[in-house]
Design a binder for this molecule. Structure first.
Ligand SMILES: [Fe+2]
Length: 243
């Protein structure tokens, strides 16, 4: 039995419309542990525009050496996660303070992340906002670039709460922007490779406690931090800097 379910979707008037009902999406993801892919929720033009604007911003702002949990920053990571010991190589772009992002980029980011926020709140009954509360966890819009030449993220996992379910939006086109690389999940002991299922503009919805990893991008290519080549995704995750 396939654990990957695909259903058509489209962005209309700022809302992500899905052929499958939102109740069914939530039930399949949370109760059955399936991976639901909302096909073509965003157009190539939209996600390429977001990706390009973020990459351009990253060329104007120096890469951070440390995380800034209240600000907007990007960081090149070659690390081994402290607790889970998961090695990873990627470049992430984090927008904790959307209101402080320059106007044009902010409009571009909100046009993309606000529909995701609406969908997420509907699927989880959470009420997230793009603001930093006085205490407790909050979500932050994020793009992750897995550069050609070996960007990857080894197997790791997250707590189910408070996130419940996650989004991985494919922001690059296979064959044009990258060739190889994708997200794998371990579900009830089986490995599910979503690489062949996810196309640019698709939203993958997954239960947040599935262990997962990201395979290496275009390993035959030269690794170059200054190149935009490789696989890009967008996510939408809670964290609690004091938690
Ligand atoms: Fe993760």
């Amino acid at each position: 039995m396939s654990r990957v379910v695909e259903t058509p979707a489209a962005l209309r008037d700022g809302l992500i419309a899905t052929a499958m009902s939102r109740d069914e999406i939530a039930e399949r993801v949370m109760e059955r542990g399936e991976l639901v892919i909302l096909k073509q929720a965003f157009t190539d033009e939209t996600v390429t525009g977001v990706r390009t604007a973020v990459a351009d911003w990253g060329r104007q702002v120096a890469a951070a050496e440390l995380d800034d949990f209240t600000g907007n920053y990007h960081r090149r990571r070659v690390h081994v996660a402290r607790i889970q010991q998961a090695p990873h190589v990627f470049h992430d772009y984090n927008f904790n303070d959307l209101a402080a992002v320059p106007d044009e980029l902010q409009r571009t980011l909100r046009g993309f992340f606000e529909p995701l926020r609406e969908l997420y709140n509907a699927l989880t009954a959470n009420e997230v906002r793009f603001e930093i509360p006085a205490s407790g966890p909050y979500v932050h819009p994020q793009l992750i670039h897995y550069p050609s030449g070996g960007g990857f993220f080894a197997r790791h996992w997250h707590n189910l709460e408070p996130q419940k379910l996650g989004f991985i939006v494919s922001m690059a086109k296979r064959g044009r922007d990258f060739r190889n690389g994708g997200t794998c999940f371990e579900i009830d002991g089986d490995v599910v490779d979503t690489e062949a299922h996810q196309e640019i503009g698709d939203i993958l919805v997954w239960r947040y406690d599935h262990p997962h990893w990201v395979t290496q991008s275009d390993l035959k290519d030269k690794f170059d931090w200054t190149s935009d080549a490789g696989r890009w995704v967008a996510t939408f995750a809670y964290f609690d800097p004091k938690g």
